[in-house]
Design a protein around this ligand. Structure first.
Ligand code: HEM
Length: 346
């Protein structure tokens, strides 16, 4: 066995860092998109339930799966981030252990509440169930913004020495609030887009109206990103901001492409095309996930750069990983198609 396997995080990596970073960006984008659907959809059951609660009923059918898929899609970025930034992520999780370890219980209760809500979504008063679930999911997002911010601010870890109870927060970081609001607005936008996507396929008379309401949420929340995104950008440390204005070619390109794709998504939504808007949104999220990775590199430089870590490319596990991904993806497509065929037959 290679001795690299026994090393602590931050000592060496089992493959080229660019490959691991690319996988981290792609899997994180998938995680956050589905989480946006789960949180945004749960909030829209409250803010836009529909005249006869049809939107809420349509969402309720889909939300438990969205939470389950979002949580499953959290595992790959957790593992890839651990490979490259393990010493930062683990320490951030340890100093904020109380919220971090609560995360799993918080998400499980939110998930269970959405199941209880599912058959009752059309009934008066059921909104209390989705409201409780929304509060817990919002709590989960705050826990993750906290740990992700702590993971790039090692100077805040010293809080542990004055209060070693696992309750260190990054609330004093100027990016905390705009970072979270940026995620919240994205969730409302993607939740609205999701409503537009599934409503346009419905056959009832109100489907067109529901699809337009979903698009209106997408447009409104995406326009709100202009001041929120600007606030978030300006709250970043100067050396990090400069990476998006020419200092880092990939970061600058991803930033400009992300903005362009978001504008294209808005344009498609204005023209009543939810499918196209979803396509551009997914690409914009991949660009923004790249921007987030470049920002992390900027925060950690010059003390840490994963590109300088010694590597021992373990091709066997990598091939096994790719092969398993392909098999699982094929099995998932087959399972969804089989489910749809059975559902159509009644
Ligand atoms: C319970 C299982 C979950 C796990 C293990 C998990 C894991 C992670 C990890 C490891 C990251 C950071 C990836 C990186 O550093 O590149 C992340 C980011 C994030 N997750 Fe999840 N997640 C989970 C569920 C959720 C839920 C339920 C929400 C919200 C409702 C959520 C919202 C977020 C947000 C907003 C970020 C980005 C934080 C930021 O950069 O400011 N996650 N998650």
């Amino acid at each position: 066995m290679s001795p690299v396997m026994t090393l602590a995080p931050g000592e060496a990596i089992p493959g080229p860092w660019g490959l691991v970073e690319a996988l981290l960006v792609l899997t994180f984008a998938a995680h956050i998109l589905v989480i946006n659907v789960a949180l945004g959809g749960t909030l829209l059951t409250l803010f836009a339930p529909g005249a006869g609660r049809e939107t809420a009923v349509g969402l309720a059918k889909r939300l438990p799966s969205a939470v389950a898929i979002g949580v499953n899609l959290a595992v790959p970025p957790l593992l890839f981030a651990s490979v490259l930034y393990g010493q930062y992520l683990y320490t951030a999780a340890i100093v904020s252990a109380v919220p971090w370890l609560s995360l799993f219980m918080v998400v499980m209760i939110a998930y269970a509440l959405l199941y209880v809500y599912q058959p009752r979504a059309g009934a008066p008063g059921a909104g209390l169930l989705s409201a409780a679930s929304a509060v817990l999911l919002l709590g989960a997002s705050l826990i993750l913004v906290n740990v992700s911010t702590l993971a790039v601010r090692p100077d805040l870890w010293t809080g542990y020495f004055s209060a070693p109870a696992g309750l260190v927060t990054a609330l004093s970081d100027p990016t905390f609030l705009p970072r979270w609001l940026h995620f919240l607005a994205a969730s409302l936008a993607v939740g609205g887009l999701y409503v537009a996507l599934f409503s346009r396929k419905a056959a009832d008379a109100g489907a067109g109206g529901r699809s337009r309401t979903g698009l209106a949420w997408f447009i409104g929340a995406t326009l709100a990103q202009i001041p929120l995104g600007l606030w978030y950008l300006l709250s970043l440390p100067r050396p990090v901001i400069e990476r998006f204005f020419g200092l880092h070619t990939g970061g600058s390109l991803a930033f400009v492409a992300g903005l362009g794709l978001a504008a294209a998504a808005l344009w498609a939504a204005f023209r009543g095309r939810p499918g196209r808007a979803a396509f551009f949104t997914a690409l914009a999220v991949v660009c923004m996930a790249t921007v987030r990775s470049v920002a992390r590199l900027g925060y950690l430089a010059p003390q840490f750069d994963p590109a300088t870590l010694p590597k021992d490319f373990q091709i066997g596990p990598f091939v096994f990983f790719v092969a398993s991904t392909v098999v699982v993806a094929a099995a998932s497509v087959w399972a969804v198609a089989a489910y749809r065929r059975t559902a159509k037959r009644g």
